[in-house]
Ligand binder design. Sequence first.
Ligand SMILES: *Cc1c(COP(=O)(O)O)cnc(C)c1O
Ligand SMILES: [Zn+2]
Length: 406
Amino acid sequence: MKEYEVECIRCGAHYTKEDVVYTCRKCDGLLNIKYDYSEIDPKQVVNAKGEGVWKYRTLLPFSNETEQVTINEGNTPLYRCDRLAKSIGISDLWVKHEGLNPSGSFKDRGMTVGVTKAVELGVGGVACASTGNTSASLAIFAAKADLPCFVLLPKGKVALGKVAQAMMHGAKVFSLRGNFDDALRIVRVLCEEENLYLLNSVNPYRLEGQKTIAFEVSEKLEWNVPDRLILPVGNAGNISAIFKGFSELNILGITDEIPKMTGIQAAGAKPVVDAFKAAKAEITPEANPETIASAIRIGDPVNAAKALHAIRDSGGVAESVTDDEITEAQLELARVEGIGVEPASAASIAGLKKLVELGEIAKDERVVCITTGHLLKDPERVISICEAPIEVDADINVLRKMLRAV
Ligand SMILES: *Cc1c(COP(=O)(O)O)cnc(C)c1O
Ligand SMILES: [Zn+2]
């Protein structure tokens, strides 16, 4: 059995693998899963066989005998994007498309580990608050594990494809008259009271799964990490997780650098960006977050402390982009590189553009952008920004004329 500890990042209190705990009972600080790295053989990481999240089980908090709740998550493509790079004015750009996970977002990486942990703990059910993708993913893994699943969604604020997934895979779906931050606050209390296992990204086991993004990026680049990694930031779990992944490779001596972690938020929901720019240790929550990028419409990101540490410690930055900039980037990525993403994911590309224009990103940096969710998650948005299909009679002469007029 691999040894690890669950440690509070604020006061250092320790918890065991049997404890059902999400934040520190003494100080409410975030928790971190910590291994004895001197006991881990780097060769087992570098020479690991298989594919996806569980390929890296040497660095996951389970024994080799644990029965995994898996639907082949991870192992997403890392595309080299020369045409987009040229248009933005840099030379070495890659996009890792996490929208190609089984449920269409990176959340699957966290859920395969989180729901495997739920089964190990023997909980009675699982629950989450969600802007959409967390609920879609949790519903699938709960179905696979035969666990009751409860999800709280902010009413009218969730993209259609995501609600459809949660419903189809059998979650009990509640539509909350409130925003995501309200939903998370309520579900946290309910989980404590009702013996449900909470699978929002405050749960440190979820982040263990998501850190494998760092392993896959590094491995694809032959263990030479990129200069910079850019991704959208909502509840700020993913940026914290990926930073942890890169840090572990560094501690093990597999890689010699950590990429500059660069977090992008939407202009109407940017507490992490504000705290970063003001050099503050804590965020001021945004009471009424607004953006078309519903996956990052979050005013009080629970992992802000970890994310600010990741950005500062790696020499990265945090920046915000407008909804128009997000839409423009979404269209360009789709039409120049053939990569279809939902709005939140396009924030990484919009952020890259802006930071290149500001001179914050050097033209010769090797940049990896993470696109977090698939285009089909949010079909309503597509319909509102693209030219509508043109209705025509079934007459070849009419079509001939119309095509020639283009
Ligand atoms: C969850 C999600 C995010 C935000 O990730 P955090 O870990 O909450 O910062 C961004 N994009 C998409 C598509 C998501 O589903
Ligand atoms: Zn503590």
